[in-house]
Design a protein around this ligand. Structure first.
Ligand code: CP
Length: 321
């Protein structure tokens, strides 16, 4: 694995999932694999789970993780080629990224979309400029359009649940209300991974106008009736996203789309997932989050094993410890 930016960087999802689950059973089995290696974790935006799970994953492999909150503590970076830097940006990524590449063996980067211009965000200029100029492997800690470490962990968590099920699970990704316009990246990425994995009956449900980019959703059934979509679901993945078509806008905030125990009655006693952080009683009800169907804590805890599997593939791709 050269970089970890999307599911396209993964040769075999099941092999990577099994590797992660092996680390869950025995976290320190490859504790010398990353010795004398460093991963630089650059955050242009906030994080709790991604930041801590990546640090812990690196430590489990004997690797040092250095966190740099570029967005708060670093010089304001310029990403545009040919920019005349007479404004607020202080350092060009062309100058900064090769230096990061000398300090670190692997770079891991989180950048959010501005949600103003769809073409700008979907061109992934921040991530691509780091890949272009760093000269070392790059791991996405969430980009403008995708969140691959989250999606890998989502598949790991589903795989744990379906062992012995004996049939394809039904997975439903449902839009939920939110007070702020959020990126599409978690939902794009989840759809991309579940479709590529190809081991489920996959349904996406959202109000009219919240259609995601079909490059990610192709292969899924789209249903704008949430109650019908939820029928017989084994997993319900709850997530808000702003409109892709009317880019970055909140088109409706119908609280009737918030998942409740009553809505779950038509499912196959579905497990409920969310990447977190979650706005309680806006995106997801207390009764679900505090009830027996929620697996969000285990899902977040599993982030360590996903990150550990990816880091080990990046630093020693042929290693099968
Ligand atoms: N799910 C997730 O990426 O969480 P953080 O934003 O806290 O890293």
């Amino acid at each position: 694995m050269k970089n970890f930016i999307s599911v396209s960087d993964v040769e075999n999802i099941d092999t990577l999932v099994q590797k992660a689950l092996a680390y869950k059973t025995e976290p320190f089995k490859d504790k010398l694999l990353g010795i004398n290696k460093r991963v630089g974790c650059l955050f242009l935006n906030p994080s709790m789970r991604t930041r801590l799970s990546t640090q812990i994953a690196a430590q489990n492999l004997g690797m040092e993780a250095v966190v740099f909150n570029v967005g708060q503590e670093g010089w304001a970076l310029e990403f545009e080629d040919g920019a005349i830097m007479n404004g607020t940006t202080v350092e060009h990524v062309k100058d900064a990224a090769p230096i990061f590449g000398k300090y670190f063996d692997v770079l891991a980067i989180r950048t959010f979309p501005a949600l103003k211009d769809r073409d700008d965000d979907y061109s992934e200029v921040y991530m691509n400029q780091f890949i272009r100029y760093a000269g070392v492997p790059v791991i996405s800690l969430e980009s403008a359009t995708l969140h691959p470490l989250q999606s890998l962990t989502d598949i790991i968590t589903i795989q744990e649940e379906i062992n012995g099920l004996g049939r394809k699970p039904k997975i439903v990704l449902t839009w939920a209300p939110h007070v702020k316009p959020l990126p599409q990246c978690v939902s794009n990425s989840f759809a991309q991974w579940v479709n590529t994995w190809g081991k489920s009956d996959f349904v996406i449900t959202h109000p009219e106008g919240y259609e995601l980019d079909d490059q990610f959703t192709n292969g899924a059934t789209i249903n704008t009736n949430q109650d019908k979509a939820l029928k017989d679901a084994d997993f319900v993945y709850v997530k808000n996203w702003s409109s892709y078509k009317d880019y970055g806008k909140i088109l409706c905030n119908d609280e009737g789309w918030m998942l409740t125990n009553n809505k779950l009655t038509v499912t196959n006693n579905a497990k409920v997932m969310h990447c977190l952080p979650v706005r309680r009683n806006v995106e997801l009800s207390d009764e679900i989050l505090d009830g027996p169907n929620s697996i969000v804590t285990r899902q977040a805890a599993n982030r360590v094993w996903g990150a550990q599997a990816v880091l080990s593939e990046i630093i020693a791709p042929n290693f099968r410890g």
